[in-house]
Design a protein around this ligand. Structure first.
Ligand code: SF4
Ligand SMILES: [Zn+2]
Ligand SMILES: [Zn+2]
Length: 299
């Protein structure tokens, strides 16, 4: 029997990058990584404390469901936030997962149904470029709800893999504006902009999958039918190949970026305006991108 490298007693049932863990040591390791992120290790700023009310964005996928579960297990006060995008069975299944989880743990959940609130599904809002519209809709609604419901912080389930893929994408395009804004803690820069944090930034997709499996979390396994060969997936695959040859590369890449972030300059002095239609913060003069999207879909 192969034993856990940590306790050297129990049978190892998780093997990650050649390291064997038993289930309880792995959960301990995972929770410790999340707690280190929340405490602000390597960030110089704490994400939140037990006094905060945290709105957790949950799509129903493995990462966001793991995030909600681990924050709840660590004793934080959370409420889930889900957007029903109206993408047929995929959205129905996602919503069911999230609602069942909230009910089973007796947790609060806020659901915004795009069709009910705005009269159209994501596909009807933007058939041609659904994924970029989806990102815009999610960012807008997450912040709007967090602000209106007085949450002090909004948490999303971005993992180390997500952050590394975004970083690689931003670097290959030398997108300095995005590089300046990429961070696991985005402070509020406007009274209507809620602080955003990524407590899973120290754990990989693979580790999150192992966590969800051991905790027997239910999550949506089918892919969104609107997904088209996302570029981030090819970056993830390339980084996984590099990680296989050079273990620890992803963490070194991302933590090195955080240490050297100042090289890309800062957004200080940049002032957000308020949308003339909805009043939410925007970089645009006039209407925000969300209101423009609604307007375009009416034409
Ligand atoms: S695949 Fe695209 S449209 Fe579907 S949930 Fe993801 S971002 Fe949204
Ligand atoms: Zn063990
Ligand atoms: Zn607006």
């Amino acid at each position: 029997m192969k034993t856990c490298k940590r306790c050297r007693k129990k049978r190892a049932d998780v093997v990650l990058s050649g390291v064997r863990f038993c289930s309880s040591c792995f959960i301990e390791y995972f929770e410790k990584q999340v707690q280190r992120a929340i405490n602000g290790e390597k960030l110089g700023v704490q994400m939140f404390s037990k006094d905060d009310r945290i709105l957790v964005a949950v799509s129903g996928g493995k990462d966001s469901m793991s995030l909600w579960n681990v924050l709840n297990d660590l004793g934080y006060e959370t409420c889930g936030f889900h957007i029903d995008l109206g993408i047929d069975e995929y959205s129905e299944a996602s919503r069911r997962v999230v609602e069942n989880f909230a009910a089973s743990k007796n947790l609060d959940l806020i659901v915004v149904d795009l069709r009910k609130e705005y009269g159209r599904s994501l596909f009807e809002l933007a058939a041609r470029d659904a994924c970029s519209a989806c990102g815009l809709v999610k960012r807008y609604l997450m912040n709007k709800v967090a602000h209106e419901e007085n949450f002090s912080v909004l948490a999303t389930g971005h993992t180390l893999d997500d952050e590394c893929a975004t970083l690689l994408g931003n670097l290959t395009r030398w997108n300095l504006e995005f590089l300046r804004r990429q961070h696991p803690v985005l402070e509020s820069t406007h009274p209507k902009l809620v602080r955003k944090v990524k407590p899973l930034f120290r754990v990989t997709d693979e580790e999150t999958a192992a966590y969800a499996r051991i905790k027997q979390l239910n999550y949506v396994r089918e892919k969104c039918p609107l997904a088209r060969g996302a570029t981030s997936l090819s970056y993830k695959n390339a980084l996984n190949e590099l990680e296989r040859r050079h273990p620890g590369l992803k963490k070194a890449f991302y933590l090195g970026f955080l240490r050297n972030k100042a090289l890309f300059g800062s957004d200080e002095g940049f002032e957000l305006k308020e949308c003339e239609a909805c009043g939410m913060p925007t970089a645009n003069v006039g209407r925000c991108a969300f209101c423009k999207l609604l307007e375009r879909s009416e034409q």
